[in-house]
Design a protein around this ligand. Structure first.
Ligand code: G3P
Ligand code: MG
Length: 252
């Protein structure tokens, strides 16, 4: 049992896949997360101009896909022809921007928990919630998926469309009693920017009705240990192997 009294080890979410050692949001990063033993994968989903759900963090292509312009202005075929690996290291040249269904298939094959972040704050993607929910249901992954977003209207819509799928409220800091707010959204977890997380808040959230904390993005060993000690239900990290090693050490 963890310090906060929540049974079980936290879910270790590989942030954008194992992005500490692979190009973020590529199948190489997702597969590496599985190899390292991560129990969850976080990713970011947007829509192509022709409405296909694709996994990429930025709304524009310049940083990770070697092209100019917006993700949402390109067709799926155009996005698919881009190279999302070379920016990270030449070894990953030609890694494509994945389609959501490729990750869902990996989730189905491995049993890993999927934390799918709907990236619809800077750009509004009409129909994104419906498409993601439909795909998760098609793969039968409702019980092993968490839908998260900084756009909380989007989260409320997800909950309305699919009450059976968990949702996580992404926020930076400064929310007072965020577990109360989560409940007004029907949300199950708080995906809090790490500095907004304290032992007292984790405890209060659990006492107030089982709202889980999944802090992001935590790579520092001392802080990972502190969060494990607090009993957060999940931790989002670029280095899942680091978090898993600390968990193992605690068991010895
Ligand atoms: O889901 C946690 C984290 O991914 C949120 O921020 O910018 O990395 O998508 P960002
Ligand atoms: Mg994200």
């Amino acid at each position: 049992r963890s310090a906060a009294g929540k049974p079980g080890a936290p879910i270790i979410f590989a942030h954008r896949g194992a992005s500490g050692t692979r190009p973020e949001n590529t199948m190489a990063a997702f597969r590496r997360a599985v190899e390292l033993g991560a129990t969850g994968i976080e990713t970011d989903v947007q829509l192509s101009a022709d409405g296909e759900p694709v996994l990429i963090h930025d709304e524009t292509l310049s940083r990770t896909a070697g092209a100019s312009g917006w993700v949402g202005d390109k067709t799926y075929a155009e996005l698919r022809s881009l190279d999302a690996g070379s920016w990270y290291h030449p070894e990953f040249m030609g890694e494509p921007i994945p389609h959501l269904t490729e990750l869902l298939q990996l989730g189905k094959d491995t049993g890993i928990v999927l934390n799918i972040e709907l990236k619809n704050t800077i750009r509004a993607y009409s129909g994104l919630e419906e498409k993601v929910v439909r795909a998760v249901r098609e793969y039968g992954l409702e019980s092993r998926t968490i839908l998260s977003s900084f756009n909380h209207y989007s989260l409320a819509l997800c909950k309305k469309l699919a009450p059976e799928i968990r949702t996580g409220v992404l926020y930076m800091e400064g929310l007072y009693r965020p577990w109360d707010y989560a409940k007004t959204l029907g949300a199950d977890a708080l995906h809090a920017y790490d500095p907004a997380v304290t032992a007292e808040r984790v405890r209060e959230a659990l006492e107030a009705g089982g709202v889980d904390y999944h802090p992001f993005t935590v790579n520092d060993e001392a802080r990972l240990n502190a969060l494990i000690e607090m009993g957060t239900a999940g931790i989002i990290t670029d280095h899942p192997d680091r978090a898993l090693r600390l968990l193992m050490q605690r068991r010895m």
